[in-house]
Design a protein around this ligand. Structure first.
Ligand code: TMP
Length: 212
């Protein structure tokens, strides 16, 4: 689907403990205050079928899947999320804000686990075709800080957090490389500061890039 009447698709990306869920809630409230209808969603998940796949990905032992199988599962969940949630919302004219999207697969399964970019691009094409986010906000912070924050709210979803710190360093570098390759679509925001400061930086970026 390439037709977007008035809605926009904004994705928030970053490593563990970057504060994405807090910032998604803030961005949603701010966009609603500017008169937009907003659908806030997340990946993996964001629709009943995709939430079922999420459980397979974020729970259980680290060695459960290899990088390629993970990429396949993330793209299966993504296809279902797009079809059931994202595309219908954009069609209604909603602004859709998603906590993670395909850049997470390139950063985690690509840079983190070594899955080739060629495979990522093929899977992207199958699952989403020419569809792309209008804006991607990458929340950047040192992995030590992020992992400490994530551990403080640890539930059963520990599969990725249990990976070694070097894996998380590659993920962070991966997100920064994505932003460098696609500066028109991506903006990097320092996520070490106060919640209000980060929320303002995100709102400013949305205003500047999308005229919200
Ligand atoms: P969350 O903690 O932000 O909800 O994300 C769940 C985990 O899934 C997180 O550790 C990152 C990981 N993930 C990937 O590895 N690849 C992906 O494509 C996505 C969307 C998430």
């Amino acid at each position: 689907m390439t037709q977007q009447p008035t809605g926009r698709f904004i994705t928030l990306e970053g490593g563990e403990g970057a504060g994405k869920s807090t910032q998604i809630a803030r961005l949603k409230a701010w966009l609603e205050g500017s008169g937009h209808r907003v659908t806030a969603t997340r990946e993996p998940g964001g629709s009943p079928g995709a939430e079922m796949i999420r459980k397979l990905l974020v729970e259980g032992p680290v060695e459960r899947w290899d990088g390629t199988t993970e990429a396949l599962l993330h793209f299966a969940a993504r296809r279902e999320h797009l079809r059931s949630t994202v595309w219908p919302a954009l069609k209604r004219g909603d602004w859709v804000v998603s906590d993670r999207f395909a850049d997470s697969t390139l950063a985690y399964q690509g840079h983190g686990h070594g899955v080739e970019r060629r495979i990522f691009e093929q899977l992207y094409d199958v699952a989403a075709g020419a569809f792309r986010p209008d804006l991607t906000v990458i929340l950047d912070l040192p992995v030590e800080i992020g992992l400490k924050r994530a551990a403080a709210r640890r539930g059963s979803e520990t599969r990725y957090e249990s990976l070694p710190i070097d894996f998380h360093r590659r993920v962070r570098a991966g997100f920064l490389e994505i932003a460098k390759r696609e500066p028109k679509r991506c903006v990097v925001i320092d996520a070490t500061g106060e919640i209000d400061t980060i929320a303002k930086a995100i709102a400013d970026a949305v205003k500047e890039r999308l005229g919200a």
